[in-house]
Design a protein around this ligand. Structure first.
Ligand SMILES: Nc1nc2c(ncn2[C@@H]2O[C@H](COP(=O)(O)OP(=O)(O)OP(=O)(O)O)[C@@H](O)[C@H]2O)c(=O)[nH]1
Length: 302
């Protein structure tokens, strides 16, 4: 039998569990009368390269060359600036204060030009000479089965970073991690039948050329670089007719991790808006407990 409970009012319940009445409060409650430790000026020995906030979850609006052309997704923000040796601390509330202003002003639309505005404005708001922002988010795109053409949503992990420096200007870079299928060339070569294959992850970091105007969607271009060089692409919906195509395509296009980073590098080399890049491939090996990895970097001549 369940026990009948004589429930006291909520305030009494809180007291029962340890809440006490407020104590005597002597410190100021007016902002103007509160000490402002952060803005203390003294010799604090070292200049700090980056101080700010990270792991801020916030909705953003993104545009894409692939369907859906516009989407709202949840991003993770990191926002920082330098502070000089003679400043005690930054004004942390101003980072999220600015983010909220962008949200209220039609939403945070993730374009390079918006990020340029945001970082410059942030530096001014913080009364610092620089500011940096890094926005990481899952980007969704439609993917059709190769035979049935049935559509589903895939996603890749995307990230974009901008730094503003007073008197210098902006630097910007982006990265994308795309999942792919790789089929082992060695396994195919030596085995009477079949070949082991696995899910691989290609991560591309690119530095944009000066003047890149986002007419080319960097996300779609990087995704194409990873997927078009893989043994096969990853699909959300596959019927039997599709599965046959994907399996045979993988067998016809065997790839080591080394092959992947070199082939993707060749595509990034051909992209006009990319000044420098790194490519990494990590295969979650299906015949091992460990992963196979490879990476390379390249900077184009100006
Ligand atoms: N600088 C600094 N602030 C911190 C840190 N951790 C938390 N904070 C918080 O940052 C908040 C204060 O933000 P500020 O922007 O300096 O607040 P404020 O001085 O009232 O705001 P302004 O009027 O814009 O100058 C407080 O809630 C602090 O507790 C830290 O490690 N460093």
């Amino acid at each position: 039998m369940t026990r009948k409970i004589n429930l006291p009012p909520k305030k009494e319940r809180h007291r029962l569990f340890g809440s006490v009445e407020p104590g005597v409060k002597l410190k100021p409650t007016e902002k103007e009368q509160m000490p402002d430790l952060q803005n203390t000026k003294k010799d604090f020995l070292f200049t700090i390269d980056a101080v700010g906030i990270s792991n801020v979850k916030h909705p953003i609006i993104i545009h894409s060359d692939l369907l859906p052309k516009e989407q709202t997704t949840i991003a993770t923000f990191k926002m920082t600036s330098k502070i000089s040796y003679d400043s005690k601390g930054t004004n942390m509330s101003r980072f999220t204060e600015q983010l909220e202003q962008y949200r209220q002003n039609g939403g945070f639309v993730l374009t390079l030009s918006n990020l340029y505005d945001f970082t410059k404005e942030l530096a001014e708001r913080l009364k610092q000479k620089d500011a940096s922002i890094e926005v990481t988010f899952p980007w969704f795109y439609e993917r059709k089965g190769p035979s049935s053409e049935l559509v589903g949503l895939n996603h890749a992990e995307a990230s974009i970073s901008v730094t503003y420096q007073d008197g210098v200007g902006f630097t910007s870079s982006a990265s994308l991690t795309s999942a792919i299928t790789t089929l082992c060339p060695c396994s195919k070569e030596i085995s009477e039948y079949s070949a082991h294959n696995q899910r691989g992850f290609v991560t591309m970091n690119v530095e944009f050329t000066e003047g890149y105007d986002e007419k080319t969607d960097w996300k779609a271009a990087l995704l194409e670089a990873a997927e078009s060089n893989a043994s096969a692409m990853i699909h959300p919906v596959l019927k039997r007719t599709d599965e046959k195509v994907v399996t045979e395509t993988a067998y016809e296009n065997p790839r080591f991790v080394e092959d992947m980073v070199r082939l993707v590098a060749a595509d990034l080399y051909e992209l006009d808006f990319v000044q420098a890049f790194t490519v990494e491939c990590r295969n979650e090996e299906s015949i091992h407990l460990h992963d196979a990895i490879a990476s390379l970097s390249y900077r184009k001549e100006d």
